[in-house]
Ligand binder design. Structure first.
Ligand code: ADP
Length: 502
């Protein structure tokens, strides 16, 4: 006997005549199935209870429980089997009746071997198909369940994030907004489908989001958003890219930085207070040292003492300029510096700054020039001292970081789209790419052999940037280590005039 295959479907032959059961079993051997036998209805039902049977070949006329009765019990119990009725001509009508009640087919006796095999094979195939359908359905249900679980998991995570998250589509319409974003914007009940401008009042941020919603090439950007007096958010916007790299919209993340801002404010306030307290005693010390030094010179005191005092005086001068820079920076950060806004003629400011630095440039045998590209005299709404500070710092640095015999050129570009560009170019020591991103940080100074003997505070450029940010201007630079630097300043122009003779 061939070993029983676990996956083989089973056929149960129910007939009171043994030779028929044996004959049927022999015929069914050519099919891929196992065969069981039962000589009466009760036996058949007990086998069905214990084993998985796919097809029942059922004789109608049996002593005791007849075939119809067995058939009804099978249906009542809900077994997933196909029943094929074996019937003599006398019971043909009953067989048809059984078909109406769900039997798969019937085979009249005496049966033809091939016909029997064919009908049983069809019944087995129908069971196999049904099993396959059930398996696929189960898989589909499981996949749906997984999908639902995944979706609800992502939704739960998004809703519990401490950051606000908004996703927009390519039209800049909101397709997702989590709980925290709704709280931050304190907006509409259901913002889904709204244009971003309807949920966010800050026009500049809306424009940024709109541009990121369509720009597949662009990188993400950050934006500092202030809501009310003391809520600050760092907003990161990034395009959402599809598999082909196409832009599907933008994702916007809001991080609360109010506490950091407050800490920063307290720190600046502290630095400002300390600097303020130190300034006057230090100036007094500096002045008195100058007086003593003068006295020593006049009375021809020993050179050694003079040198020591002179070095001490230089150090206090350095400390004083640090204090001045610290005070300027904290005022810029607090928004309380340079509030005396007037119409400033930028060309005049640059002329006087270039004039001011001519002596220092001459000491280093440098050429310091001012060039104007156009005939315009751009007027900027600003505090004149702020403009002096910006260009004083940049021209001062250019002279300071350019070796003897170098060139420093200040250029005013033409007014374009309401802005004027001023360039401060030198052919000095230059700044490596790595350092360029850091020189606008407070106290950052490039440290190398060329800068070792150049004194400074590391606060000039942060002051310049603070002033420009405050007035809607901007600054950038192009530089290469050892090849000089060019700083570009853009200023919003309120008007410009053309003067004759200039
Ligand atoms: P500092 O008081 O040190 O000059 P800044 O904030 O003005 O402070 O500048 C920061 C650093 O940037 C400087 O220490 C210097 O290393 C570098 N730097 C600024 N301007 C120039 C320049 N024109 N050429 C080369 N390096 C420069």
């Amino acid at each position: 006997m061939a070993p029983e295959n676990q996956d083989q479907l089973k056929v149960l032959v129910v007939d009171d005549e043994e030779h028929i059961r044996i004959a049927v079993e022999r015929i069914l051997r050519r099919l891929d199935c196992g065969v069981l036998q039962a000589s009466n209805g009760e036996h058949a039902l007990s086998i069905l209870q214990e084993q998985d049977v796919a097809v029942v070949l059922l004789d109608l006329k049996m002593p005791g429980m007849d075939g119809m009765e067995v058939h009804s019990r099978i249906r009542e119990a809900g077994y997933q089997v196909q029943v094929i009725i074996i019937t003599g001509y006398a019971t043909l009508e009953t067989a048809i009746e059984a078909m109406k009640k769900g039997a798969f087919d019937f085979i009249p006796k005496p049966f033809d071997k091939d016909h029997l095999a064919l009908v049983v094979d069809r019944a087995l195939n129908s069971i196999r198909l049904e099993q396959e359908r059930a398996r696929l359905e189960q898989e589909r249900q499981r996949a749906l369940l997984d999908l639902n679980t995944e979706k609800s998991r992502i939704r739960t995570i998004l809703e519990s994030l401490p950051n606000g998250v908004i996703v927009t589509n390519t039209q800049g319409r909101v397709v997702l907004m989590n709980q925290m974003a709704r709280q931050i914007l304190a907006g509409e009940e259901s913002p889904i489908g709204c244009e971003i401008g309807e949920c966010l009042e800050d026009g500049e941020l809306c424009d940024l989001i709109r541009s990121q919603s369509v720009a597949a090439q662009s990188e993400g950007s950050s934006y500092e958003l202030q809501l009310g007096d003391d809520s600050f958010y760092m907003v990161q916007t990034n395009p959402v890219l599809g598999e082909e790299g196409e832009c599907l919209g933008a994702v916007i993340v809001f991080g609360d930085i109010s506490d950091l801002k407050e800490m920063d404010r307290l720190k600046s306030e502290f630095v400002a207070k300390v600097s303020h307290e130190l300034r006057s005693p230090l100036s007094t010390i500096h002045e008195q040292m100058a007086l003593v030094l003068q006295d020593m010179l006049e009375h021809e005191q020993p050179e050694k003492e003079q040198r020591i005092l002179s070095r001490a005086k230089e150090k206090t001068k350095g400390m004083l300029s640090l204090i001045e820079d610290l005070l300027d920076l904290s005022r810029v950060e607090a928004g309380s510096a340079f509030n005396d806004v007037q119409r400033v003629d930028i060309r005049q400011t640059l002329e006087s700054q270039v004039d001011f630095f001519q002596d220092r440039a001459a000491e280093k045998e440098q050429e310091l020039t001012l060039e104007a590209a156009g005939e315009e005299w751009p007027i900027v709404e600003a505090d004149p001292r702020a403009m002096e500070s910006v260009f004083g710092n940049l021209i001062g640095n250019a002279v300071k970081y350019t070796p003897e015999g170098g060139r420093v050129a200040v250029r005013i570009g033409p007014v374009e789209q309401g802005r004027v560009r001023v360039e401060v170019q030198d052919d000095g020591i230059g700044i490596s790419e790595k350092e360029q991103s850091r020189i606008f940080e407070r106290f950052y100074r490039v440290k190398n052999g060329q800068t070792r003997n150049i004194s400074g505070t590391g606060l000039g450029l942060p002051i310049v940037k603070g002033i420009l940010d405050d007035m809607g201007g901007s600054i950038s630079l192009s530089s290469q280590h050892g090849q000089g630097s060019t700083f570009y300043v853009w200023l919003p122009v309120s008007e410009s005039s053309v003067r004759e003779g200039n």
